[in-house]
Design a protein around this ligand. Sequence first.
Ligand SMILES: [Zn+2]
Length: 288
Amino acid sequence: MTDQDRSGPISPEAARDSRGRPPLNERLYRTEAIVLARLNLGEADRILTLFTPHYGKLRVIAKGARKSRSKLGPHLEIFTRCQLNLSRGRDLDVVTSAETVDAYPPLRDDLDVLGHASHLVELVARLTEDRQEQERVYDLLRGSLRLLADGVEPFAVTRHFEFTLLVALGYRPELYRCLECGEPLEATTNVFSANRGGMLDMGCRSADPRAVPVTINTQKYLRELDRNGLGNIVRLRVPDDAQRELESLLGGYLRHLTERELNSLDVWHQIQRNLARHPASDEPVPHR
Ligand SMILES: [Zn+2]
């Protein structure tokens, strides 16, 4: 990996914390980021949702980014991996400079690849929390976008991404034993319970009425992902119906978790609103 320049503060060395990050109360900081989403603001500004190695998901503002002569705009397209300098703001931090590290240009040349890449950034935007370090997820996203740009089979890259994202976020699905009785699963159709986070055997199926049947080949594919990552599955020819089954199983599990996440986010926003009524008095940076 050539990531020596991935992130580093422009503040003095002494200001770094034990992991080499500048503390978040520094006024200026520098980080690598991948652009997950953009929203127009006012006449010429943009709000960006970024994903970073050490600060996790960040929402920031890029002033004037939509002006044709903007120096920021060209570096802040969706999927672009960039190196940014940011200035702390009271609500949103402000991008002060940006350079492209990797624009992944081939992602935009092929609609199928573009669709898969969009799915990856959307999952990261939905399933991660603001300002929570997720370095493994960052590396996964960066690597997967690179593989898509290099023309590696999008189906395999995307299923590998989904599975590894689940593992990184602490939701590794149980694939070897029945979650109800604990017996090893037999080589036959079993059922997957999104609610329980893994497989049940047919005898225990009633433990979750919403569990869905999973064919033996799909179970084998998932175990292969679990044991060897992308290594072997990238060479597998997966028939259309098996592709649909894998897509709906992993997609259904991710949707289930997103809904749970959204519920917990409601609670989070409520806490934030309460905090906003009693702001800390030592806010270091005046708003703009
Ligand atoms: Zn069982």
